[in-house]
Every structure is written in C-alpha cells, then in structure tokens.
Design a protein around this ligand. Sequence first.
Ligand code: ARG
Length: 574
Amino acid sequence: MSFIKRTEEYVTNVIRECGFEIDNVTLEPSSRRDLGEFQINVCMMLAKKYGKNPRELADMIVSKLDDRFYNVNIAGPGFINVSISEKYLTEYLNDSIDNFDNLIDKQEEKTIIVDYGGANAAKALHVGHMRTANIGESLKRLASTLGNKTIGDVHLGDLGRQSGMVISEIKKRKPDLCYFDPNYKGEYPKLEITPEELAIYYPTASADAKENPERMEEVRKITALVDNGVEPYISMWKDIVEVSCKTIKETYDYLNCNFELWEGELSSLKYVEPTLKILEPYMYESDGAKVIDVKKDDDKVDIPPLIVIKNDGATIYATRDLATIYNRVKTYNPDEIWYVVDVRQGLYFEQVFRASYKSGLVRNDVKLAHYWNGTMNGKDGKPFKTRDGGVLELNTLLNQVREELSKKMDKFDDENDKNNILDILTVATVKYADLLPYRTTDYIFDIEKFCSFEGKTGPYVLYTMVRINSILEKSNISNYCINNIYSDTQRNIYIKLLEISRMLEKSYSEKTLSYICEYLFELCSLFNKFYGETNILNETDENKKLNYISMLKLVYNTCKKLLDILAIRVPNKM
Ligand code: ARG
C-alpha cells in the first residue's frame, strides 16, 4: 500500500480517536514546502459539523500525532501542515527499492477486455492507427499494474471491400489460377501470396475501381461472395488475411503492442445467429433493413436507430460488433469492455452500447466504454499526410523517426548494438510523443522536437535512465540501503516518489497516459539536478555513497516500471 494511503488511514484513525466521525482524510501535497510537505484540510469541515472552533480542533488533533511527522504546525483558520520524518520516509523507501507494489495502491480486481489497434486486413497500418494502438496497450498495462485481469483484442477489420479489391486484383494478374476456373473440380490449394504483392494489390485495385465502374461492380460481387462464405473465395480471403496479419503483427511487435486475442469481424460471424436471437424482439423493419431504436427521452442530439441487418439481408460492421460482444460476455464474463477507437466512431459506439443494454446482450452492470483519442496532425493542423496528400504508412513514419535519431548517434563500434538501441529509441520517441498529450487532445507531429534529448521527450527520459544505469554499474554496490537523506534535492526526489500512487490513480480514472509522461519528465529532471550537484561515485563517506546509489536504484526501478506501462523499453547504453 502506498505511503500516502497508509498515512491517510493513520490520520483518519487519530481523528476518530478524538471522537469525530469522518470518512477518509486526504493528505494534500503542499504548495508551500517551507510550511510543510503535506496539508490536512479537514478541521474547518469538522468544526462546522460539530460547532467547534477549527483551530482548537486542529490543536487537539496535532497533539495526538506521533513521530512519523515533524515540523507540525497550524496555519490560517486551521490547516494542519506536516512534514514526513526521515526515519519513516527512509524505511518505507528502502522497502520499495525492489517492490514497486509498495509504492502504489491496487484497485478492486476486475476483468477488462481492451479492444484496440483495430487494424484492417490487407491494408497497411497508417499513422492514424498508431495512437489507438499505443493508448490501448498502455491503458491495458496500467489496468493490469493496478491489479486487474486484462485481455487485449485487436478486433481485426477482416471483412469488407478490401477482400473484393485484393481478390479482383489477383484475378486480373493471374487469371489462370484454378480459383477462377469455373470447371475446376479438385480441392483448392492454399493461396500463395507474398506480403510484397499484398502491399500493392489493394491500393492498385482501389485506385482502378474508383475510375472504373465495371471494376467496382466486380469488386462488389466478390466481396459479397466472401461475406457469404462462398468457396473458394472465403478460403482465399482467409489465406490473404493470414499473410496480412503477419505483416501487421510485425509492426505491432515493433511498437510493443501485444494482443492476447486476434479476433475480428470474420471470426465473429459464428456468433451472429445466437446474437440475432437475443436482439430479435427489439428489432423492427425499416426500409427493408432490420433496426433497433436506441434514442432516449433526455437525448440532447438525435440518436438514430442502429441498423443491425442491411436490406439485402447482409451483416454489417455493427452486427459483427454485437456478435463480438455476445462472445466476449459468454467466454470471458468481463466487468468492463473498453473500446480505444478513433473519435469519429463515437456515435456508432453509443448506438451499439445502447442496443446491447436494451436487448440484454450485456447486463447493466457490465461497463461498455469508448475511450477515444485525439488525432496526430501535421504542421498545418490537419491529419498527418504525405507530401502528395496521401495517407502516410505507419512504417514510413517510424523509419523517418529512426533516420532522424540515427543522425544523433554515431559513436557506436558495433552495428548490431546500434540498430538495437535505435529501435528502442525510435519506439520510445514516438510513444512518448503520442502519450504525452491528454488522451483526447490532438497534437502536432514535430519530428525534431520529439527526437530531442532535452525537454519532454522519450530520448530525454531514456538518456537519464542510461545515465543512472551506468553509475549503478560503476558503483559495484549491490546491497542497497536507504537510511538517510542528505540534501533537499534528495528529499524532493523522495517526496516526488510518494506521489506515484495518486498520479496513477488519476491516470486510470481519466484513462490518459499524459500524467505518467509528465511525471517521468519531472522525476528525471529532479534526478538530473541531483546529478549536477553531486559527485556520486567519488563520495568518500561510505554511508552517504550507499544512500546515493540506493536512491539511484530506487529511481531507476520505479521509472522502469512506469516506462513498462507506456510499453517503452530501456537500453543499457546509448
Ligand atoms: N477496423 C476498424 C476501423 O479501422 C476499427 C475497429 C475498432 N473496434 C471495434 N470493435 N469496432 O475503423
């Protein structure tokens, strides 16, 4: 349990022993450090409730506080200021060196499915896919750090126009393949297609179909065959999806985005039938389609009915999301399902959630939530594009960042080392830049700024980590011990460490990683100040040196855990 929480429990008990009923006291970090490190602001409230003088009340409480505090004083109408005694603080921190859980407060354990990434098969990941992947991965890691059971699902977009596009392109290029021979009688072989072919097939077909209505008609026909599970089209498509997933997974792996499940629209089809059975009593026909009303009396905007089945009887995106919910509830019995998906799908998810609750597809106590994110924009403030106005592939962007970083790194003898470190650094750079703005805020992609080794950047944080690591290695100390604080700078670092639990709680309740990024920057800055002031390795006082090194170890381990939530790895050198 965190230090703050323990201390709050202690103070709450003291106040109860004084004879007052109180829920839970909070310990507020003080803005006036000279008066005290923390403030207890309950006396005015208690005084009102019990008709007493707040300062007298404060006096009474203060007289009962034990030696975990020092510099206890009462300010203004009855604010109690306290600082943390060195002994209590160091004992607690000493216990936290190898025990991150000691610094945080776990939540009540829940099962949470996180739906994020949302890649579309047969299409390359583009820059718009990055932020949902990064935020989803990190929110998942944050939830699990706080004690929840989490399951990530990529919810692959593997049904839709792209199947018709790719297959029609194969047909055009290789018309002699057995799949296209109406007289073919044998078993269909597995379709051979390389990732390189796949990368050009979709864009080529898509460009042609835009210009050419006949081609578009063919694409539509093939798409319908795939959607209806007609052979050999459905099997061809599955083979294509398999190849495509390998490529997609490589990029996600590079970004340390690890999905427990690779389910998607295609795999949800087997749950459509039981799902429709549940929805049936709530559906009605409208223009030949089957829809569910989802508007509510107190809606400020018009929420149109959700189309579940199209007028040609076919399933759509929504049908598959509902079927996916059906399976998730049945298989995992989750307490919550989070959708980390682009803001533009906001209305859609509202409709899907309402239809799910209304029909009883999910119980009312299961939380369905859409945690949308702001977009990454170019310098013109519009969604990031290539120079000729096209969508930028994610891999291209990652390569640009890698290129920029490599200009700053030249002193490596070993090419392997260099490549490895560059990969880690590239991912850290884009992730930190992506997660630093508040989740719902747009941000501008500024490669020079993000790659800088100064300021709020991934490279700055990693550089600090490497610096700490190198001192730790040189120190030759492995039995750590914190039992003394030698300077205000050091004390500030320790007080900062106490803020972790609350910072993580805030991140979690608002579902944003921005606080973690800010916190890492602040902690690293405090460390770098200490580093500038202190000759750590040449310290001759043994206990002082031991304390310094132990503090470094604590800071290092703690940052590493926080970076792990952000899915950022730490190199040993750079
Ligand atoms: N593939 C979708 C897209 O590109 C995103 C999927 C989001 N998840 C979901 N369950 N609908 O828009």
